[in-house]
Write a protein of this length. Structure first.
Length: 320
């Protein structure tokens, strides 16, 4: 005796992309009940209910950027732009991040992403969103949409993607961990970008994730302590992890940044959401880079690219 509206809601809640199986560079996804995804195994989310506004999401078409097989369901070196760790509180961050292909060894990692953080080191709450080449996690050297979180300074909580209970997926299209189908070509005539947007949603409460204005999912507020109060620090840029032989992999597009955007890996339209939930251009920034292996070039604000910067390098024996 269900009403039509109720039956439609059940269909939406029954099919959600959850489990990813990687076969070479081909991804296969399973569809499961939205409340049976790993997130709900977290003890704090036992009675969590997904807001209806997230489960009504029907449009999510990014075939031009993600290799999804057209499926759907009925410590290292770094180069980052860093907001000053002052009294400011941020409710979100976003940027257009250029996408690049890199070839890495099994014990290497290279990421380009946004960090939102709060809390002292031992209790650090951190949300990270961007792209990564991570053979140890994915089993290949493909560039993939990647997220990460921790609530206690990487000690016992947190993981990549949905490898542990926490992040709740609401999209019905493959997304987390997917391979980017297109990437920027060095010196080409077009920069391929994607636009992750992480923001504190007062109605969850928690931190929501959109990509190219499409809702992907969210981290419930129950996961965090310090991030419940907003982010005290936001970072944009790249980082790598050095393999045991002391060699760092490349970052960004594998080249030092140049004046030419087509020969640089970049973050464009770098924006923050302030404590009043207003979107603002990033201004108060601290620039960090490993000058031997990686460089960072701050760029002037333009109407075309907004607040932007370029970064990257080939890696090697850094800091020696």
């Amino acid at each position: 005796n269900l009403t039509m509206d109720t039956r439609q809601m059940i269909v939406i809640l029954t099919y959600v992309v959850l489990t990813q199986i990687t076969l070479g560079n081909i991804d296969e996804f399973d569809c499961v009940d939205i409340y049976k995804q790993p997130a709900f195994q977290h003890p704090s989310l036992k009675h969590h209910k997904i807001p209806e506004k997230f489960t009504s999401n029907e449009s999510f078409d990014r075939k031009s950027k993600y290799k999804t097989n057209d499926q759907s369901c009925p410590k290292g070196t770094f180069a980052v732009m860093d907001t000053y760790p002052d009294a400011s509180i941020y409710r979100g961050a976003q940027a257009d991040i250029s996408i690049h292909n890199l070839t890495l060894q099994n014990n290497q990692l290279s990421r380009s992403q946004i960090w939102l953080e709060n809390g002292p080191p031992g209790e650090l709450n951190s949300i990270q969103v961007g792209w990564a080449v991570h053979p140890r996690v994915y089993g290949d050297s493909a560039t993939r949409f990647t997220i990460y979180w921790t609530a206690d300074g990487y000690k016992t909580t947190g993981c990549y993607n949905t490898n542990c209970p926490g992040f709740i997926i609401v999209t019905r299209k493959p997304s987390i961990g997917s391979i980017f189908k297109l990437s920027s070509v060095y010196g080409g005539d077009k920069t391929v970008i994607f636009t992750p947007h992480v923001y504190q949603d007062v109605f969850i409460p928690g931190w929501a994730l959109k990509v190219d204005d499409e809702m992907i999912g969210y981290w419930p507020g129950e996961l965090f302590t310090h991030l419940k109060n907003g982010a005290s620090r936001v970072r944009f840029g790249g980082n790598t992890y050095i393999s045991p032989d002391g060699i760092s992999p490349p970052m960004g597009n594998g080249h030092f940044p140049l004046k030419d955007y087509q020969r640089s890996s970049s973050f464009l339209h770098v924006k923050l959401t302030n404590h009043r939930y207003q979107t603002i251009e990033a201004k108060k920034i601290l620039r960090n880079a490993d000058s031997r292996c990686f460089r960072l070039m701050d760029r002037r604000y333009t109407k075309e690219n907004g607040k932007s910067f370029s970064y990257g390098g080939a890696g090697g024996r850094c800091g020696i």
